[in-house]
Design a protein. Structure first.
Length: 467
């Protein structure tokens, strides 16, 4: 289905081409064409809001409205301007669409979602100097339902928090680029009923990478929800690129280093502990009567035994939570580097290390040595798999922010030729096979799942490994 931006672009390109290169225009016909295109542009603006990707189309529309010009230098220059506008519009709409498209989840269930904004009154906020600030954690639940999003009459939740108050920069991207990302279709109905089941639904906590918003993992977590898991995706305020606090204020990243602290290693170790405290607080909230609204209340979800998974820094924090909280029975680390004393801990519960292609991500020594030490000290076999032709960002939605031509060019520069859709597919399959045993008691064969993908290599790790 064509987006309003693309429809406007096609109409204005046709009008501009006709205007610039047609031998003659009838004044009435020109006015009718320009008026029609102007009405279309106004409707598109009202419906979708302004975005920079449409500026070239508006400029071409303005050029088309000019009265006829005599042939010669002026017309040739106008033609060049038109071609520049066409090129800019094509790049803007095709390479960086104003509203990216995510693939729908592929499980047997439709997906529903709702958001909780909780404040822990027992903890100070470590990222601000205000002694009265309390630590907040934002949690978005994604869960299986039988109500499809397009059939739901309820309001849809925005893809990302604070779209109208976006910080100047979000993960290195100008905030203006994300102006309409709130309109991205998450393929999820808001607060739809939880799908019926014979037993409480298994619960998974998902932790994003350092600086990343929970929204950037919607493609992966909705796949898990559609496979029968209730996934609570966390945002860690002042560490996430953009977070809307319980009081409605939108904040970006804000690092607060200790006096005399040099480098980031110590800060990251402390932040890893903050994340574990956030996880424990969320688990307490899930178990507290009245904290979770229907349809996830009344014993419909299993909050006594949960798994924690995460990407990048979130993956390392997931393993740390596994080592510190008895309610966490399994953890999956997706491409994460452990900090602090985590590599020296002895784990007694199952973990899955799922990494991108080393040749493309170029994992550093802390990643290699830290995860190797963790796996070597385990009292139960650990699992380690590598996905060929996937890079560090392939697990996220970020590549979808580019249109297919842009993703192709990005893969030439950064790697990740496998693509986000295929990478998230194998990741979801591997996670479901890994989590089925600890959370549901069902037999999940990770090795058999990996064997379905020739480019996935790895297996059980029983001793120290260099990889």
């Amino acid at each position: 289905m064509l987006s309003p931006d693309l429809i406007l672009l096609c109409v204005v390109l046709a009008l501009a081409s006709w205007r610039l290169f047609a031998p003659a225009w009838r004044p009435t016909l020109r006015l009718i064409a320009v008026a029609g295109a102007t009405l279309l542009a106004a409707a598109q603006w009202v419906r979708c809001d302004f975005t920079w990707q449409d500026v070239p189309a508006y400029l071409l529309l303005a050029l088309s409205a000019l009265p006829p010009l005599h042939a010669g230098v002026v017309r040739r220059r106008l033609g060049r301007v038109g071609f520049v506008g066409i090129a800019a519009a094509t790049v803007g709409v095709w390479m960086l669409p104003a509203v990216p498209t995510l693939p729908p989840p592929d499980g047997r269930y439709a997906v529903a979602t709702q958001i909780y904004r909780w404040t822990d009154s027992t903890r100070a906020e470590p990222h601000t100097l205000n002694a009265h600030d309390r630590r907040s954690v934002i949690v978005q639940a994604w869960y299986p339902t039988t109500h499809h999003a397009r059939a739901s009459a309820g309001a849809r939740l925005a893809y990302i928090d604070g779209a109208d108050q976006m910080p100047r920069r979000v993960n290195g991207m100008p905030g203006v680029l994300l102006r309409r990302y709130g309109q991205i279709d998450t393929h999820a109905a808001h607060a739809a009923p939880l799908a019926p089941g014979d037993r409480p639904w298994p619960v998974v906590l998902f932790l994003p990478g350092y600086g990343a918003s929970r929204a950037f993992y919607t493609g992966l977590v909705t796949r898990l929800a559609s496979r029968g898991f209730v996934v609570f995706a966390l945002d860690h305020p002042y560490e996430s690129a953009v977070t809307q606090l319980p009081n409605g204020r939108v904040v970006g990243m804000q690092e607060l280093l200790l006096p005399g602290e040099r480098g980031r290693v110590g800060y990251m170790a402390r932040q890893q502990s903050v994340r574990v405290a956030d996880v424990r607080f969320v688990l307490d909230q899930l178990a507290r009567p009245g904290a979770v609204a229907a349809p996830l209340s009344d014993g419909r979800i299993d909050v006594a035994t949960v798994a924690v998974i995460g990407h990048s820094f979130g993956g390392a924090a997931s393993v740390a939570a596994l080592s510190e909280d008895s309610r966490v029975v399994a953890a999956a680390n997706i491409d994460g580097t452990p900090y602090g004393d985590l590599p020296t801990r002895q784990l007694t519960k199952p973990i899955l290390l799922l990494q991108s292609d080393s040749a493309e991500t170029h994992h550093g020594e802390p990643f290699i040595a830290g995860n190797g030490a963790l796996l070597a000290r385990m009292t139960v076999p650990g699992l380690h798999y590598e996905i060929a032709r996937a890079n560090h960002y392939s697990f996220t939605d970020v590549p979808f922010f580019f249109a297919p031509p842009g993703r192709w060019l990005l893969a030439r520069v950064m790697g990740g030729e496998r693509g986000p859709a295929a990478t998230q597919q194998v990741t979801a399959d591997m996670l479901v096979a890994f989590l089925s045993g600890p959370l549901t008691g069902a037999a999940g064969d990770v090795a058999a799942t990996a064997a379905r993908y020739p480019e996935v290599r790895g297996g059980v790790v029983r001793q120290a490994t260099r990889y």
